[in-house]
Ligand binder design. Structure first.
Ligand SMILES: O=C(O)C[C@H](O)C(=O)O
Length: 465
C-alpha cells in the first residue's frame, strides 16, 4: 500500500494514498482498534453531510464564507449523500465521546476531495478548503455531532420506523375486523377465562401499536431541535449573528424535515434527553411487539399438541432433524428484535446520564444504539407483516372445540345462581371430566333449557366494534 504524509497540530501522519481522509482520521483508526465491525453508522455520516452543506450555506449567507468555498463544500456533501464516498469513513463508534474524530473525518474528506474536484492534488499547492477553518467554520464537534445525530434519528424514525409499524398495524386492523365475530376462549394468567372474539383480541394489538406510534410522534418536536450554532459549550462562540436560525433553516430545506434551532443550546450539547425520550417510545413499541409476537406464536402452537387456534404462514422447514416441522420464525425474530431494543434502551439511558457540565460524552454510543433500534423495529414490522400477520387465519374447528370445552363459560351463571354454585359446577365438571351442562343439571342448579338460554358464548363477548 502506498502512503502520503498528512499533518495536523501534533505532527505528521502516514495516510493511505488512495483515501481522502487526513491525519486526525488516521490517528483515530490507529488509536481505537476496538470492534472493527462497529462502524460509525452511515446515517450519521449522511447527517454530517447535510449539516456541513447547511453550515456552508449559512456561513455564506451571513458573509463569512465566499461562494466558491460554499459550493466546493456543497459539491462534496452531495457526493457523500449520493453514496459516492462510502469507503472514506472508516471510524468506529468506540472513539471520543464527542465524536470529534468523526467530525474531523468529514472535514478532512470534504477538504481533500474538493482539492481533487478542483483539479489539484491533495497536500499540494494552495488548498481549496481548509478542514478546520472552512469546512468546520462556525462549528464544533460538540454541536455538529448532536445535530448529525438528530438528523439521522429523525429521518430513521419518520422514514423507516413509523411506516413499518403502520404497515403491520394496518394488516392487524384488517384481520381484527375480519375476525370480529369469531368467538374464542380468553385466557388470563395463561389459564382458561371467559370468551372474547379473535377480532377483539387482535384489536388490542392494533391499539398498542397506535399508542406506540402516538408516543413516538409526541417526541418528534424535541428531536427536530438541532444544536448547531452552540459551538463548543453552547454560547455560539465564533459564529456570525443569527447563524443558528439560518443553519437550521437550511438543514430543514436540504433534508425535507422540519428541523429548527434548539431552544437552549446548553441542553442540546450537554444532555441528549431527546434521544432518551424518543428511544423510550421505541422501547414502548418493542414491548408491544414482544407481546403481540408472543401471543401469536402461542395461539399458533401445535400443530397437534398446542393451542392451535390460529394458523400462520409456513415459510421454511423448521428443523434440520425433525422432518416436516415448521416453526413460528417471524415471531422469534420479532421478539429478538424487541430484546435488542430493550437492551439498547439501557445503553441509551446510561449514555443519557453522561453529560458532565457542558458536554455529553456518550454521543456515538447513543447514536448507534438509537439508529439500530429505529431500523430494527421498522424492518422487523415489515418482515412480520409480510411473512406472518398477513396470513393469520382462524382454525375454526379448534377454536370451537376449546370454547365448547371451556369451564369458564360458567361465569355467565354468576348472575343467575350466584358465584358459589357456579364455582361448584365448574369444579365438579373439572373433577369428573364432564361438561358444564351435564354437571349443572346433575347438581340441580339449572334446567337444560335454562342452561342453553343463559350460557351463550356469543353473548358473553360484549359489544363488537
Ligand atoms: O471537537 C470539538 O470541537 C470540541 C471537543 O469535543 C472538546 O470539547 O474538547
Amino acid at each position: 500500500m502506498s502512503f502520503r504524509i498528512e499533518k495536523d497540530t501534533m505532527g505528521e501522519v502516514q495516510v493511505p494514498a488512495d483515501k481522502y481522509w487526513g491525519a486526525q482520521t488516521e490517528r483515530s483508526r490507529n488509536n481505537f482498534k476496538i470492534g472493527p465491525a462497529a462502524s460509525m453508522p452511515h446515517e450519521i455520516v449522511a447527517g454530517f453531510a447535510y449539516l456541513k452543506k447547511a453550515a456552508a450555506y449559512a456561513n455564506h449567507e451571513l458573509g463569512v464564507l465566499p461562494v466558491e468555498k460554499r459550493d466546493a463544500i456543497a459539491a462534496v456533501c452531495d457526493e457523500i449523500l449520493a453514496g459516492k464516498l462510502d469507503d472514506q469513513f472508516p471510524l468506529v463508534i468506540w472513539q471520543t465521546g464527542s465524536g470529534t474524530q468523526s467530525n474531523m473525518n468529514v472535514n478532512e474528506v470534504v477538504a481533500n476531495r474538493a482539492q481533487v474536484l478542483a483539479g489539484g492534488k491533495i497536500g499540494e499547492g494552495e488548498p481549496v478548503l481548509k478542514a478546520n477553518d472552512d469546512v468546520n467554520k462556525s462549528q464544533s464537534s460538540n454541536d455538529t455531532f448532536p445535530t448529525g445525530m438528530h438528523i439521522a434519528a429523525y429521518k430513521a424514525v419518520v422514514e423507516i420506523t413509523i411506516p413499518g409499524v403502520e404497515k403491520l398495524r394496518d394488516t392487524l386492523k384488517k384481520k381484527s375486523e375480519e375476525f370480529m365475530n369469531v368467538v374464542k376462549i380468553g385466557r388470563t394468567h395463561l389459564m382458561d377465562a371467559t370468551p372474547l372474539t379473535l377480532g377483539q383480541e387482535l384489536s388490542g394489538y392494533v391499539a398498542q401499536l397506535n399508542h406506540g406510534l402516538k408516543a413516538l410522534r409526541n417526541t418528534l418536536s424535541h428531536l427536530a431541535e438541532v444544536a448547531l450554532g452552540g459551538t463548543a459549550v453552547g454560547t455560539g462562540l465564533n459564529t456570525p449573528k443569527g447563524y443558528d436560525v439560518v443553519v437550521a433553516k437550511y438543514i430543514a430545506e436540504f433534508t425535507g424535515h422540519p428541523f429548527v434551532t434548539a431552544e437552549n443550546k446548553f441542553e442540546a450539547l450537554a444532555a441528549h434527553d431527546a434521544i432518551v425520550e424518543t428511544h423510550g417510545a421505541l422501547k414502548q413499541l418493542a414491548v408491544a411487539l414482544n407481546k403481540i409476537a408472543n401471543d401469536i406464536r402461542m395461539l399458533a402452537s401445535g400443530p397437534r399438541s398446542g393451542i392451535g387456534e390460529i394458523l400462520i404462514p409456513e415459510n421454511e422447514p423448521g428443523s434440520s432433524i425433525m422432518p416436516g416441522k415448521v416453526n413460528p420464525t417471524q415471531c422469534e425474530a420479532l421478539t429478538m428484535v424487541a430484546a435488542q431494543v430493550m437492551g439498547n434502551d439501557v445503553a441509551i439511558t446510561i449514555g443519557g446520564t453522561q453529560g458532565h457540565y457542558e458536554l455529553n460524552v456518550f454521543k456515538p454510543l447513543m447514536a448507534a444504539n438509537f439508529l439500530q433500534s429505529a431500523r430494527l423495529i421498522g424492518d422487523a414490522c415489515v418482515s412480520f407483516e409480510e411473512h406472518c400477520a398477513i396470513g393469520i387465519e382462524p382454525n375454526y374447528a379448534r377454536i370451537k372445540e376449546l370454547v365448547d370445552n371451556s369451564l369458564m363459560l360458567v361465569t355467565a351463571l354468576n348472575t343467575k345462581i350466584g358465584y358459589y354454585k357456579a364455582a361448584e359446577i365448574a369444579q365438579t365438571a373439572h373433577k369428573n371430566n364432564s361438561t358444564l351442562k351435564e354437571t349443572a343439571i346433575a347438581l340441580g342448579y339449572v334446567t337444560a333449557e335454562q342452561f342453553d338460554e343463559w350460557v351463550k358464548p356469543e353473548e358473553m363477548v360484549g359489544s363488537l366494534k
